[in-house]
Write a protein that binds this ligand. Structure first.
Ligand code: ATP
Ligand code: MG
Length: 453
């Protein structure tokens, strides 16, 4: 039978790879909590208009990257969420968070979907860690989220990431800049790529976002947003830089940085790692002071970023900093002879209730094969149960690395494994036993019940 494959541009996370995701997500949750952000979870599907209205009709995401769904019997189109900010604003308004204390600080770790050409660091489903602060227009809020990202990178052991920073102004100063940009680019239109010729008419700011090599020389001489900022935007940008200096965060002013989405105002930033090739932007964000109003809310400033976790993991790998290891088992139970397997499973279950991580053989392999299988697992002890041990109410506990082994009464097994492992899992186990054994006699006797008779 022909095998069916996963869609192009997607990937599976196998149990071998899952620990690095778990470790990364745990680190993110920890940092986010320390910065005072609460988690937001939103649906994978959203109304199409949510992104048309916010991200912008002329952006790549809306023009060519969204997965559009037409539910049976409905004429209301849905899309697979392509980015997190618009969805977060929708949820902020829909759940009345704008009526509570402000600012509201949210984070999410969620998949995004974009129909792009798959390549290294670019997928059709990717996961973003995003943060948003709604209701704080001050530059210290911008600095705080940049500090959050930088703190996360530092705690992951990442070095060599660069913060690129720019201000693209606001509805007061942008029109004047736009005009200057048009005057600069119009005479050069014939030399531009076809996308850029279209941008000239629809979204001139995006001219600076062009990645076509032939268009790069034009960018160098283009007018810079920072030279056209109104006083309020200038002031905000100065304050942001002062805050970053106070935090000791190095950054590079990058006048060519504009970012792909329409809703940005004032601050835009990207954090890049040079070793990733073309897909070198790990984190991108900025301020969007008009967005909440655009979605029907009260005038409310906002600032946030999205961080691509695949690119972050690639960076960690490139630097030899892969986080997380599989959680080891305390023991693998190997069974041989006539020992009743269901009773062994009950014994294993008791150990698990006692808070220990334990696995056993199901498929009737030879003892040798079972021990070989155990040796390939992250596990410290093999618990061997043969006819003789079973009859004596005991087990052979073998330290797999050294081969040292000893007999332990089944009633003492949990305590022995916990003692020998000497790990925090053992402490957790004491708790688990209290809640889980249900035998009401302390864990030693609980185990004895399983093996008695
Ligand atoms: P790019 O310029 O690389 O296409 P973008 O401007 O479209 O990025 P954002 O919309 O700002 O990216 O998303 C925030 C972050 O999410 C990016 O900086 C990147 O790390 C990650 N990201 C975006 N698109 C993808 C993708 N297709 N695959 C993997 N990660 C992605
Ligand atoms: Mg993109």
């Amino acid at each position: 039978m022909e095998r069916i494959q996963r869609p192009r541009g997607t990937y599976d996370v196998t149990p071998q790879e899952a620990p690095r995701w778990q470790a990364l997500e745990a680190r993110i949750r920890d940092v986010a909590a320390r910065f005072g952000f609460g988690e937001l979870r939103t649906p994978v599907i959203e109304a199409r208009e949510l992104f048309q209205r916010t991200v912008g009709e002329t952006t790549d995401i809306v023009q060519k990257e969204m997965y559009v769904l037409t539910p049976p019997g409905s004429d209301r189109q849905l899309v697979l969420r392509p980015e997190g900010t618009a969805a977060a604003v929708r949820a902020y308004l829909e759940n009345g968070l704008h009526n509570g204390p402000q600012p509201v600080k949210l984070f999410y770790i969620q998949p995004m979907f974009r129909h792009e050409r798959p390549q290294a660091g670019r997928y059709r489903q990717h996961v973003q860690f995003g943060v948003e602060i709604f209701g704080a227009g001050e530059a210290t809020a911008d600095a705080e989220i940049i500090a959050l990202a930088v703190t996360l990178f530092a705690e992951l052991g990442l070095e060599g990431l660069e913060v690129h920073l720019n201000s693209i102004g606001c509805p007061v100063c942008r029109p004047r800049y736009r005009q200057a940009l048009l005057e600069y680019y119009r005479p050069r239109a014939a030399e531009l790529c076809s996308d850029c010729r279209a941008r000239l008419e629809t979204n001139p700011l995006r001219l600076l976002d062009c990645k076509v090599p032939a268009d790069q020389p034009h960018k160098a001489g283009a007018p810079r947003t920072v030279d056209y900022l109104c006083d309020a935007c200038r002031d905000h940008f100065d304050q942001l830089q002062a805050a970053l200096a106070a935090l000791g965060i190095a950054y590079r002013l990058d006048s060519g940085l504009v970012r792909g989405l329409d809703y940005y105002t004032r601050t835009v930033f990207e954090i890049k790692y040079g070793g990733l090739g073309a897909q070198d932007t790990v984190c991108g964000g900025g301020r969007y002071d008009g967005l909440i109003e655009l979605l029907g809310g009260p005038p409310t400033p906002g600032v946030g970023f999205g961080m691509g976790l695949e690119r972050l993991l690639l960076t960690l790998e490139a630097l030899g900093r892969v986080p997380g290891a599989a959680r080891p088992l305390h023991a693998f139970v190997a069974v041989t002879g006539q020992v009743p397997r269901a009773r062994v499973l009950a014994l294993v279950q008791d150990l698990r209730r006692a808070g220990l991580a334990v696995d056993m053989d199901h498929v009737g392999r030879s003892l040798k094969a079972q021990l070989r299988a155990a040796a390939r697992l992250p596990v410290r002890y093999a618990v061997i149960l043969g006819d003789e041990e079973w009859a004596a109410g005991q087990a052979t506990v073998r330290h797999l690395e050294s081969g040292a082994q000893r007999r332990v009464a089944l009633a003492e097994l949990a305590a022995a494994l916990r003692e020998e492992a000497g790990s925090p899992a053992g402490e957790g186990g004491a708790d688990g036993d209290g809640h889980g054994s249900g035998h009401g006699k302390g864990h030693g006797q609980g185990r004895a019940e399983v093996e008695a008779e």
